[in-house]
Write a protein that binds this ligand. Structure first.
Ligand code: KG4
Ligand code: ZN
Length: 365
């Protein structure tokens, strides 16, 4: 008999309160029945960054309302749900706890199975939700708190091929936007400015390109941007709109170049073990950047590798990706009890040694 599974997914690890409902019948393409996302940008805007306490409180206030809204959008009741999936880490602990407690409450009240999902697995499995790509595939996860190349072998089987040794690219975008007086989140603000800018006027560093691995570094970029900004200010007394646009274009081009070159290396490493299945996917908030997507797509085309990128709304944090990851884990027999823990840190690849400095500052995942 063909099995239909309907999973509710809760996400609250950073600054988006999100609930999704995903359904899959047998081996058919999974379907997103609902995806409700409430961002908290305006709550944090006065502080220039995410305030964990405010985030946690807002999640706690909004989560149950989001569950109700998602079920209404899907035209379902809890009686139609087979399991509750929830982000159990990594992320801001207060927010993760809010989600885990909410999911436990629903599970205890209904008897529905509970599944703790790694937020990064949610991002990493999204190309299967949107494009049904087969295991294994090479994945670049680029977000506000993470940047890593992964070989995705299964819903709970990841091999890390490399990653950032300091900041994540989203963090570099956000900090750089702050240095230029742009709004948060910085990624879309910088991309917007860069559209009018000349990427060749200012030269930004491309760190670690001399190393034959796929580790990356982004902290030097924002320092270079700060220096550039101050140099212009020292000469002219301030930045013109053109200066700002040129800085943004130069900065973004450096990120595009570094991610593209390192993806090329990642593909080479990946293909050594998986010559028959050349598939690459990118996900995470930074994957919403058109120039970055285009750069990665070009590298894939040059290397004969199929390129996959989820639609923008599924690149950033959402509940549907958690519901889908939960669905795959549920099928593989995973279940958690009411002792499920919220984990601020939770590496996807349990065997690979941590890269020095990586993710230390990563509130976002
Ligand atoms: O995955 P995500 O929604 O949250 C986590 O980090 O978990 O990613 C958010 C990050 C932020 O740093 C934001 O500035 C960045 O993604 N981002 C972008 C763009 N849109 C969002 N970075 C560059 N270009 C964009 N268009
Ligand atoms: Zn994320």
């Amino acid at each position: 008999m063909t099995q239909t599974l309907t999973i509710l997914g809760l996400e609250s690890s950073c600054d988006d309160t999100a609930v999704g409902v995903v359904r899959q019948t047998g081996g058919e393409l999974p379907e997103i029945l609902a995806s409700v996302v409430y961002g908290q940008a305006e709550l944090h805007s006065a502080y220039g960054g995410i305030v964990p306490e405010i985030a946690a409180r807002a999640h706690a206030e909004k989560l149950d309302l989001c569950v109700v809204e998602a079920l209404r959008d899907a035209a379902l009741t809890l009686g139609d749900i087979d399991a509750i999936a929830v982000t159990a880490g990594p992320g801001l602990i207060g927010g993760v706890l809010s989600g885990v407690m909410c999911a436990k409450g629903i599970s205890a009240a209904t008897g529905l199975p509970l599944i703790g999902v790694n937020h990064l697995a949610g991002h990493a499995l999204t190309p299967r939700l949107t494009d049904a790509i087969a295991y294994p595939y090479l994945m670049l996860l680029v977000s506000g708190g993470h940047c890593q190349f992964l070989q995705v072998n299964g819903p709970d089987a990841f091999t890390r091929l490399g990653g950032t040794i300091d900041d994540a690219p989203g963090e570099a975008f956000d900090k750089s936007a702050r240095l230029l007086g742009l709004t948060q989140p910085g990624g879309p603000a910088i991309e917007n400015e860069a559209r009018q800018g000349d990427p060749k006027r200012f030269r930004f560093p491309r760190p670690l390109l001399d190393r034959d691995d796929c580790n990356l570094s982004f902290s030097g970029l924002k320092t270079a941007l700060l220096r550039q900004r101050d140099q212009i200010i020292a000469v002219k007394g301030g930045l013109t709109q053109k200066d700002r646009a040129d800085i943004c274009a130069g900065f973004q081009q450096a990120v595009v170049d570094v991610l593209s070159k390192k993806t090329q290396r990642g593909i080479r490493i990946y293909l050594r073990d998986n010559p028959a299945v050349p598939s690459f996917a990118v996900a995470g908030g930074v994957a919403a950047n058109t120039a970055i997507r285009r750069g990665l797509e070009t590298v894939c085309a040059e290397n004969g590798v199929a390129f996959h990128a989820p639609p923008l709304a599924l690149c950033t944090d959402n509940g549907a990706m958690i519901a889908y990851a939960g669905l795959e884990l549920f099928k593989a027999g995973h279940r958690d009890g009411l002792d499920l823990m919220a984990r601020p840190r939770w590496p996807l690849d349990k065997t690979s040694p941590a890269i020095l400095g990586s993710g230390k500052k990563g509130a976002k995942a």
